[in-house]
Design a protein around this ligand. Structure first.
Ligand SMILES: Cc1cc2nc3c(=O)[nH]c(=O)nc-3n(C[C@H](O)[C@H](O)[C@H](O)COP(=O)(O)O)c2cc1C
Length: 257
């Protein structure tokens, strides 16, 4: 780099300009998922993932080529896609370094261990699905049952793209509004951004609508505490185990009163 270029670069930094970097990951922020698939022996595997997009009823997932989930989906092309809410992030972490592959792949050997039952390892509960074989995750407020339609090897060989059709959607009644709509104020995914977990925070506004936006509703609810309480999911967190729970009755996950 010449002196002039160095001076230019320094000036750019001083003024908050961009610089060329080489980050290890490009995880800018996507939802955390828990993928359930069926093992050879009839047990269920559960794996965190976040490489996800959806268009219409089709999902695309990016899965590592050496993962047990991908092996299961190639053999038995059904899965459930479960979306944990922020209180469940410790459960996700609990199984982050586990694989359902009995022989841990060499590339993962230093950090990963085998687990035959990641539902138990995460402290989560399998819940039977309606239309696919793998179970759902009871504690997740939003769950998709899906049929794999195509698995495409990735260009580098170390991942594959799984395209799956959603055949059933299950949503906890606390996050449903006006029939079939997910209430964006009640629903909170976990967002995985540069290897950190986040909630989605306060709404900025609704897309392309003159109707009151979630941001307006949120602002109104701040002025009226009663309304705010009803829509806020925080009031539904079990203080014992962090699971979402009904306003009355024992916690479904840990049984706390
Ligand atoms: C938050 C989070 C997001 C992840 N996202 C992905 C992903 O999108 N695709 C993937 O293949 N692995 C992802 N992983 C890594 C897998 O969960 C990990 O490799 C796990 O061992 C896979 O389990 P399995 O071998 O039983 O399928 C993610 C892990 C965490 C903790």
């Amino acid at each position: 780099m010449t002196a002039a270029e160095a001076a230019g670069e320094q000036a750019r930094h001083q003024h908050g300009g961009h610089r060329v970097i080489n980050p290890a990951v490009l995880y800018v922020g996507t939802p955390v998922l828990l993928l359930a698939s069926r093992n050879d022996d009839g047990g269920a595997n559960l794996a965190p993932a976040s490489s996800y997009w959806a268009l219409g009823r089709m999902l695309a997932l990016g899965l590592e080529a050496d993962g047990h989930t991908l092996a299961n989906l190639r053999e038995r092309p059904q899965l459930t896609v479960n979306f944990p809410s922020p209180p469940l992030w410790p459960a996700v972490e609990q199984i982050a370094d586990l694989t359902g592959k009995p022989e841990v792949p060499e590339a993962k050997a230093a950090r990963y261990a085998y687990s035959a039952d990641k539902f138990a390892a995460a402290g989560l509960t399998p819940q039977p699905s309606d239309l696919v074989d793998p179970p759902r995750v009871l504690e997740c407020l939003l769950q998709l049952e899906a049929q794999v339609r195509r698995v495409t090897p990735g260009v580098t060989g170390d991942y594959a793209i799984v395209e799956a059709e959603v055949v059933r959607v299950h949503a906890d009644s606390r996050i449903v509004r006006d029939g079939d709509h997910i209430d964006p104020l009640a629903w909170q995914p976990i967002v995985y951004s540069f290897r950190h977990y986040f909630g989605i925070g306060e709404p900025l506004g609704a897309r392309g609508s003159a109707a009151p936006s979630p941001a307006d509703r949120w602002a109104e609810e701040q002025e009226e505490p009663e309304g705010g309480d009803a829509a806020c999911w925080l009031a539904s967190i079990c203080p014992e185990c962090g699971a979402m729970r009904e306003a009355t009755g024992a916690c479904r996950r840990c049984g706390a009163a």
